[in-house]
Design a protein around this ligand. Structure first.
Ligand SMILES: *Cc1c(COP(=O)(O)O)cnc(C)c1O
Length: 295
């Protein structure tokens, strides 16, 4: 079946702030899984792609913004596992390094205005009604199969953590972690850092994915820095400090907000002394390509 070996160790991150507060922080290096099928995007694609293969589908059809990590991951995974790929891109036609990479991996791109983009199933149906080859993958990979792939992160852990943090777009990764941690009953407190403004909807989304008791998940809604792909000089400065002190690269859209949130919560003494924390690095560093002018 679809499989590739990958390396995603847990590495301890040493920073003066963590030491000062007596907190040990580890990073699950999902960013090392693959340069383009990066981080949680591989976890989320694994079971949908197996499903597509079982149904003998030949064409993966999916959706994303012009800088979408999910589009790029799907394009590269298609090339790797023998599917053609088709991406609906939100908004007017543009050219950028991420879309270029998608095309190099063979993805056919179709730009659609924001109005029509909203209804993904309608778009799929109008373009692929007569195709027996096409396989629908939702925007960002959202779905139950994707969450199951993300749950596997928790099987790979070498120790029990008091806290686990991840960045949230659709909330699928968070839902998967919640599923995995619930099975293991380790008592780990799960924290989600939504990168969108007004992301209370994530609670409903993860409930849809089968998390009955989403009250066990703590959502921190104040670290979006103005909204999706929005940033502030403070966040950019933080990312530079972080990269220089740890040699770990993070970016402004997801993981920058994630690690900033941990810093802030530690400063506000919301994480108790003596705890261990796992940060899931969900990858997506190609997102930096669209943000370089901010640095
Ligand atoms: C897509 C993405 C996310 C969001 O994951 P969801 O499962 O949609 O919440 C987080 N981090 C990175 C780096 C991503 O590319």
């Amino acid at each position: 079946m679809l499989h590739f070996d990958f390396y995603s160790p847990e590495e301890e991150l040493v920073l003066p702030l963590y030491e000062l507060h007596g907190i040990r922080v580890f990073v699950k290096r999902d960013d090392l899984i693959h340069p383009y099928i990066s981080g949680n995007k591989w976890r989320k694609l694994k079971y949908p792609l197996q499903q597509a293969q079982k149904e003998k589908k030949k064409l993966l059809v999916t959706f994303g913004g012009a800088w979408s990590n999910h589009l790029l991951a799907t394009a590269c995974a298609g090339a790797k596992f023998g599917f053609r790929t088709y991406g609906f891109v939100r908004g007017e036609a543009v050219d950028n390094p991420v879309l270029k990479l998608c095309q190099i991996f063979g993805m056919e791109l179709q730009f659609v205005d924001r109005e029509r983009y909203r209804n993904k199933t309608a778009l799929f149906d109008t373009h692929f009604a007569n195709s027996t080859d096409a396989f629908f993958i939702d925007e960002g990979g959202f779905g139950m199969l994707a969450a199951q792939g993300c749950a596997e992160i928790t099987n790979e852990l070498s120790q029990v953590y008091d806290h686990c943090f991840c960045a949230c777009g659709t909330g699928t990764t968070l839902a998967g972690l919640a599923l995995g941690l619930a099975t293991q009953q380790t008592g780990t407190v799960l924290h989600g850092i939504p990168v969108l403004k007004g992301a209370g909807f994530i609670r409903d989304e993860i409930q849809k994915l089968g998390i009955i008791d989403s009250s066990a998940v703590q959502l921190h809604l104040d670290y979006h820095f103005g909204g999706y792909a929005k940033t502030k000089p403070e966040l950019i400065e933080f990312i530079k400090m972080f990269a220089q002190q740890t040699s770990l690269l993070i970016e402004p859209t997801y993981t920058g907000k994630l690690f900033y949130a941990l810093h802030d919560l530690i400063l506000k003494r919301k994480i108790e002394r003596g705890s261990t924390v796992l940060m899931v690095h969900t990858g997506g560093l190609t997102g930096l390509l669209g943000m370089l002018h901010k640095f």
